[in-house]
Design a protein around this ligand. Structure first.
Ligand code: FEO
Ligand code: CA
Ligand code: CA
Length: 704
């Protein structure tokens, strides 16, 4: 069920990358170094500030780990969970902010899944929330942007017949995909409450208009019968993760778009067939059968429509009348996310992973430079620049890697790398491919220049202080022992790993980089796991790293997708210090309900937001056959929702001089923190709350 609807069973199909790119190189290492970079002041997740007072006020008994704490939120790590709830550490409470079907506008009807309509869904929060971004507004409000990656029709519609979806069901699914912009009231107790009819509230769906911009706009590969100019597209599909830019816009990534298109077998042209295969497009019918309702999803009728998806989309959430833009300069692949750093000379750099087994890491460097406050100029940055793909080279001899994950003799998986230019504006750097071919069929360009085949690059995020880049390689069980390299050192890599990249000269625009593996994920009982050299008896197990974020103290946070199938417990959210003696000490903060994936983490000084995606998903589940009833409880329908966790009793006092040792005025264990999360029907606790956290922050028992 999960794979069918999320990615079109991508991992059950043949690996699309059949290139002969090598798996291993052996050259001298470059030394890792550090840098300072600018901070994106508008982006809340990057906002600085001390948080110790908060923690001491509400979780007084907890000390940070010995040897220098990580700073940030203080908590005792929770146990692994298998229950149908959001679980957070003692001293914290978790509340639902907004659920699938909750209205964004007062003219939207109350959610009624038995009688859903496309019109209602288009005015309500969409399905399967993934990326979450938060902008701070005046007056204690926030602007939250959320992706709705995909729909799971058997769980949405009573009596759904997958062989014959109705036109109305398809139209509802179109409205449940896409994006939401939601204004939130921030409560002093840590709560976040949607504001109905706020001027910036917005839904964007599969029928909304998008502009194609950049060097491939108007390309022959992007023209269709409905859009002979190749510049206007209806809709965005499978928006996975994303990023917020320093200039106040939202980047959202079209990932497994291939699954919505049908009948590649009907395409006659051999070159087109090869390109479709490289992107894994269906030879026959699609899972959702949208091609039966709208011929643009039928490649036999519209062979170019599929080329109009697979892009990074830039949205201005502060202008609800703005047309979102598909930025062709950033290439076309199964984009997981795009995250921005600013280079030493002011150019904007976007880091991007292509989430497929054996696919690549990319970055884009703009021609223009970021100018603070000049929105019109900054809106042009992602239309002109150079797109690069990464080649990783290890510094240890190839014979030291047998696929087990055992450390090489020099004690680290590390080495150097280069950014290989693919295209600059309308100039191709790939022999045999035009610039527009490189941009529209970017995977084939990466194949041609010998990019390194990675274990499913998910989120790639530059650290807001150090500029180091962190890359989650979620897993790749197809890699054989003969195919391992130092950057992907485990065969049948079911647990994934995290790589740390340092750009040459500490410059995000550099042509080369150094790298090392930060984590080889899995159970610490597995001898072939690695936690940056930290004592494995003191860490939480973690598997399938997916989304990344940083807290204001500079710690890395990792959310996971796939732990039920590897470790045997629910997906989760972890904090990982990156500096000092605690570097590599993975500690679990949160667990999501049965069948769910943890997405979209945002970590502020006093709040942790996650998107609980696909709760209750599993084999043979349906609208009437449920394995989760989160968040409503009872026998209710599971509903994807955004959750906020905050310290019980609310955020810290704003006065930095306040004595943090002062007794709290409320019992910190009182479960009565944030009140109504989202208005009507949202005042349940979401099955959440503290628990299972009596142990000190030491070894966590394996509960398999
Ligand atoms: Fe939608 Fe790569 O996760
Ligand atoms: Ca090495
Ligand atoms: Ca993801």
């Amino acid at each position: 069920m999960t794979c069918r609807y999320r990615c079109g069973d991508a991992c059950f199909h043949e690996v699309p990358n059949r290139s002969a790119n090598e798996y291993f190189g052996d050259v001298a290492a470059a030394a890792l170094s550090r840098r300072s970079v600018l901070k994106a002041g508008l982006v809340l997740a990057m906002a600085g500030g001390a948080t110790a007072a908060t923690a001491e006020r509400v979780v007084a008994a907890t000390e940070p780990p010995a040897g220098g704490g990580p700073g940030g939120l203080v908590f005792n790590p929770i146990q692994q969970q298998t229950n149908d709830a959001v679980v957070v550490p003692d001293g914290y409470v978790a509340d639902v902010v907004i659920r699938w079907g909750d209205p964004l506008f007062s003219d939207a009807p109350e959610f009624d899944p038995q009688n859903q309509t496309p019109e209602a869904q288009a005015r309500q929060f969409g399905f399967n929330n993934d990326h979450v971004g938060l902008f701070e507004l005046d007056g204690g409000q926030f602007l939250m942007v959320v992706n709705h990656e995909y729909t799971t029709e058997p769980m949405m519609f009573p009596g759904y017949d997958a062989a014959a979806p109705t036109e109305e069901q398809v139209a509802i699914a179109w409205a449940a995909h896409g994006l939401s912009v939601v204004t939130l009231d921030g409560g002093s107790d840590g709560s976040l409450t949607p504001v109905l009819d706020a001027p910036l509230n917005r839904r964007i769906t599969v029928t909304s208009e998008f502009e194609i911009t950049g060097p491939a706009a108007g390309s022959e590969y992007l023209r269709t019968s409905d859009d002979p100019e190749g510049r206007t597209v209806l809709g965005t599909l499978n928006n996975c993760a994303g990023g917020l830019t320093p200039w106040g816009t939202w980047l959202t990534a079209e990932e497994n778009f291939h699954q919505y298109f049908a009948n590649a077998a009907a395409v006659q042209d051999a070159a087109t067939r090869e390109r479709l295969a490289r992107y894994g497009v269906n030879e026959e019918a699609s899972e959702r059968l949208w091609e039966t309702v709208d011929p643009r999803f039928d490649l036999g009728q519209e062979p170019n429509e599929v080329n109009r998806f697979g892009w990074i989309v830039e949205v201005d959430p502060f202008d609800p009348s703005s047309t979102p833009r598909k930025r062709t300069a950033l290439g076309r692949f199964k984009h997981e996310a795009a995250t921005i750093n600013i280079a030493a000379d002011g150019r904007a750099v976007a880091y991007m992973g292509d989430d497929e087994r054996f696919d690549y890491l990319y970055k884009f460097v703009s021609d223009g430079t970021y100018v603070e406050g000049d929105d019109a100029h900054n809106a042009t940055l992602l239309d002109s620049g150079t797109l690069y793909v990464a080649r990783f080279t290890g510094d240890s001899p190839a014979e030291e890697f047998d696929g087990s994950g055992a450390l090489p003799e020099d004690g680290e998986f590390d080495g150097s790398g280069e950014w290989i230019p693919l295209v600059s504006g309308t100039t191709s750097h790939v022999p045999g491919m035009t610039a527009e071919e490189v941009l529209v069929f970017t995977r084939l360009a990466g194949d041609a220049v010998g990019a390194t085949k990675m274990d499913r690059p998910e989120d790639v995020e530059p650290h807001p202080e150090t500029g180091r880049v962190y890359m989650a390689c979620t897993n790749n069980t197809d890699r054989t022992a003969e195919e391992v390299d130092e950057a992907n050192p485990r065969a049948e890599n079911k647990d994934g790993h995290v790589i740390e990249i340092v750009e040459e000269g500490d410059d995000a625009a550099a042509a080369s980089f150094a790298w090392r593996i930060l984590l080889l994920c899995g159970s610490p009982d597995d001898p072939n796991t690695y936690f940056a050299g930290f004592d494995k008896s003191q860490v939480s197990a973690i598997s399938c790293p997916d989304n990344l974020a940083f807290d204001p103290a500079g710690n890395l946070w990792i959310s996971t997708d796939g732990q039920p199938g590897t470790l045997g417990w629910n997906d989760a959210l972890y904090q990982v210090p990156l500096e000092g003696e605690a570097r590599g000490q993975v500690r679990q903060f949160l667990s999501v309900p049965v069948g769910a994936e943890t997405c979209g983490p945002v970590i502020t000084e006093d709040r942790v937001l996650v998107a609980v995606q696909h709760p209750g998903e599993g084999d043979d589940v349906s609208f009437d056959n449920r394995i989760s009833n989160w968040p409503g409880g009872g026998d209710s329908l599971p509903r994807p929702s955004v959750v906020v966790a905050s310290a019980a009793g609310g955020p810290p006092p704003e006065d930095p001089d306040e004595d943090p040792t002062e007794e709290p005025t409320e019992d910190p264990t009182d479960d009565g923190g944030p009140g109504d999360g989202a208005g009507d029907g949202n005042d349940d606790r979401g099955g959440s709350g503290g628990g299972s956290t009596d142990q000190p922050p030491t070894r966590l028992p394996d509960t398999r």
